[in-house]
Structure formats: C-alpha cells, structure tokens
Design a binder for this molecule. Structure first.
Ligand code: ADP
Ligand code: MG
Length: 402
C-alpha cells in the first residue's frame, strides 16, 4: 500500500509475501539394507509420478483392513538411488538457508522410525565424525555440512551486511536437555520463556561464536562425538533422543548510505534429528498419561498432538500444547507459523516395515496441511522506526505528486 507510487522502497520488508505456503514436506526412501535383503523382504514402495509415493502390500504385510495400497503426494519424493547431493539440491534446504540469512526462523526436521535414515540424511553415515577427522570432500556429507558451505557462500555475496554467527547443539533425552558442546555438564538445562524475544530458550546452553566454516564444522564434530559417547552409556539411546543443532545469524545493515539507523535481524536455522517415530507408540501402549513422569518420549508425542491440531482448520486457532514438552517449546516459533519449516520423512522400502512406513507417511501428510505466515525477526523498536520511515517516505512521494 505504501509503495503505491510505483518505485520500490529501499527499506527492508517487514513481512514476506509468502503467506500461507505451509510446511514443505519431502520424503526420502532409503535403500534396502542387508538384513532386509537377507530376510527376502519385498519392496512395498512405488513411485508412480512426480512427488507421488504408493505404499503397497498393506493387507499382506500389516493388519490394516482396507485398501491394498495407499497413494500419497508430497512436494518431493527421493527414491533410494538419490544421493546426499540430490537431497541437498532438491529438498528446499537451500531456500531455508537463504531465509535464515534474511532474518527468518527456519527449521529442518527429520522424522521416521529408527533406522530409516534420519541421521544419515542430516549428517551422513555413522562413524563419520567419531573415528577419524572429517573429510571435507566426502560425498557422504549430509544436509547440515552442505548447508554450512552454502551459508558461507551466501554471506560472502552480501558485502553490504555485517553478519555474526553463533551455534549450539543440544540433545533431549527423556525430557532432559543436555548440552552436546559441554560434555562435562550432564545435568539437564532449563527451558525458559524470554519476554524480549517472545520465544523459549535454553538457559546456560553453550553458544559458540563461529567466524569461519571451520568453527561450524567443529561444532558439528564435537556434538556428534558427544552424542555417541552418551548413547554408549545409556544403552544406545540414539533412537530415543532428539538433537537440535542451531545456527543463529545476526545481520546488521545500514538503513541507507546517509542514515545512522542500523537494522538488526535475527534469523536462525534449526537442524532437528528426531527420536525414532516408533517411540511415540511405545509411549501410548505403556498405558501411561502425559503427566506421568517416566514416559518414554513425551516430546515426540506432544509434537504429534501439536502437528495434528495445527493441521486441522477447526483446531488450528485454538490451544496448541507447545508448552507440554521441551521439544515443542523449542520448535514453537517454527511450527506456529511465523517460521519456515522443512520436514523430511524418512522411510524404509521393506515389507517388514510397512506399518511404520504407513504411520510416517500419514504423519507427513498431516504436517503438509499446516499453514504458515513467516515473519522476519527484528528488534521491536527498530520495527517501529522502519514503519515510521516508510510512512515518511510515502508522504514525501505523495507531496511530489501534488
Ligand atoms: P536413523 O537415524 O533414522 O535411526 P540412520 O540414519 O542411522 O537411521 O540409518 C540407518 C543405517 O542405514 C545407517 O547405517 C545409514 O548409513 C544407512 N542409510 C540410511 N539411509 C541411507 C541412504 N539413503 N543410503 C545409504 N545408506 C543409508
Ligand atoms: Mg539416528
């Protein structure tokens, strides 16, 4: 409205035009593994068309009564032959990185049963960080490292803006928040509400300054090593724990050449490796309620509740139970719709997993219905200054026309 006189404003936009786009949901099917091949599992996943996935054998390999097969559509479907580079190029993660640079809260989360390829997709095959020094040219690198490279490329192109990067890496296990960058401290950190940013944050979490690519790489390596150390102690908890690696991107830009006002934007990208989706069912079948302390994976269950409420037009404006778990508190600003979210549903093609695969595809189909309206995160005072300046600019133009 303010730009009604034709020339575009040089001032930053306060909101994007990408309203109501919804969550971007893609599916990745991993290849059959040796165990599945040896057990002569059948392949129950077909790819009838672009973005489509057909799940077969439902009445043969599961106790579902109903149709033999189900067809789902998503933004993109990756077949088993897709490389790590293909997933990086076509999943939409590059756009997420660009939007984080622009000041949006962005999140990429991998969902699926244990062994379906979540960690592989995000960080690569097991042992990549544990045994040896990481090879920067390995084709096995997952989305996280590839995104780091892309991020630094983007920053190099923006010479007009001053950027500050910080990163953190945490694990949520049994509703305890553990700092993966501070292995000496295995006590649970508190999740608190910040009035200033109007979002939840983890108190006393190590947040490391990252001036160069090497620094982000070190964060990734350190966190992955500490995650695996923890899982040996806890009898392989990797299927039961969630990890969140966050890169905070603060940008400072002069409003115009002659101006003494600087616009600060605060974007971030979360990479979330969720616990195995089968954990949510185990929680339910244990017959315990959400309020009981020792449930198996409260965070995953609450995430499910939040997603099904947000995807239902009748419930989406009502109460969404973000506050009921650590994970959903930390992801609230992405799910609630002011952020930008990419969900990667990971599945196995094998007949022995058809029930879990069906659950994952149903969950992903629900997530696809969530509507979002992303906004850039700015200091409230600066937001006011920008909107007043925009008004002045519009009035000046109006004057010129009189
Ligand atoms: P999750 O994190 O979902 O439990 P993983 O990522 O650990 O599962 O994957 C289980 C195993 O399968 C790992 O050895 C992993 O390297 C392998 N794997 C998963 N996805 C792929 C893929 N797309 N291509 C090749 N191997 C894969
Ligand atoms: Mg994993």
């Amino acid at each position: 409205k303010l730009d009604q006189f034709g020339s575009a404003s040089s001032l930053p936009k306060l909101e994007t035009e990408t309203d109501g786009d919804g969550i971007n949901v893609v599916v990745r099917v991993r290849p059959m593994n040796t165990k599945e091949l040896e057990a002569k599992n059948q392949n129950v996943v077909k790819f009838p068309g672009s973005g489509q996935i057909l799940l077969e054998g439902l009445n043969t390999f599961s106790s579902e009564n109903g149709p033999k097969s189900k067809l789902f559509s998503f933004n993109v479907v990756f077949e088993p032959k897709a490389s790590q580079n293909d997933v990086f190029n076509y999943s939409g993660i590059k756009k997420l990185v660009s939007m984080a640079v622009e000041g949006f809260n962005t999140t990429c989360f991998c969902y699926g049963q244990t062994g379906s390829g979540k960690t592989h997709t995000l960080t690569g095959p097991p042992g990549m960080f544990v045994r040896k020094k990481m090879d920067p040219f390995s084709p096995d690198h997952g989305l996280v490292y590839r995104s780091f490279l892309h991020l630094f490329q983007q920053l190099r192109d923006r010479t007009d803006v001053h950027f500050v990067l910080k990163a953190s890496f945490l694990e949520i296990y049994n509703e305890k928040v553990i700092d993966l960058l501070n292995p000496g401290n295995r006590t649970s950190l508190s999740v608190r509400w910040s009035k200033k940013t109007r979002s939840f944050f983890v108190e006393n979490l190590f947040t490391v300054d990252c001036e160069q690519l090497d620094d982000l790489q070190a964060v990734l390596e350190e966190g992955m090593k500490n995650r695996s150390v923890g899982s040996h102690n806890l009898n392989d908890c990797s299927g039961r724990s969630h990890t969140i690696l966050t890169v905070h991107i603060t940008s400072e830009q002069q409003m115009s050449d002659s101006s003494d006002v600087f616009i600060t934007k605060q974007g971030k990208i979360n990479f979330v490796d969720l616990a195995g989706s089968e954990m949510s069912k185990k929680t339910k079948s244990s017959g315990k309620t959400l309020t009981e302390a020792n449930n198996i994976n409260k965070s995953l269950m609450v995430l499910g509740y939040c997603i099904s409420s947000l995807s239902d037009p009748k419930k989406r404006t009502g109460h969404i139970p973000y506050r009921d778990s650590k994970l959903t508190k930390l992801l609230a600003d992405s799910l609630a719709g002011s952020g930008v979210t990419l969900m990667i549903a990971c599945i196995s093609p094998a007949s022995s997993n058809v029930c879990e695969t069906l659950n994952t595809l149903r969950y992903a189909a629900r997530a696809k219905k969530i509507r979002t309206k992303p906004i850039i995160v700015m200091d409230p005072r600066e937001t006011l200054i920008v909107s007043l300046k925009r008004e002045i600019e519009a009035l000046q133009k109006e004057n010129e026309h009189l």
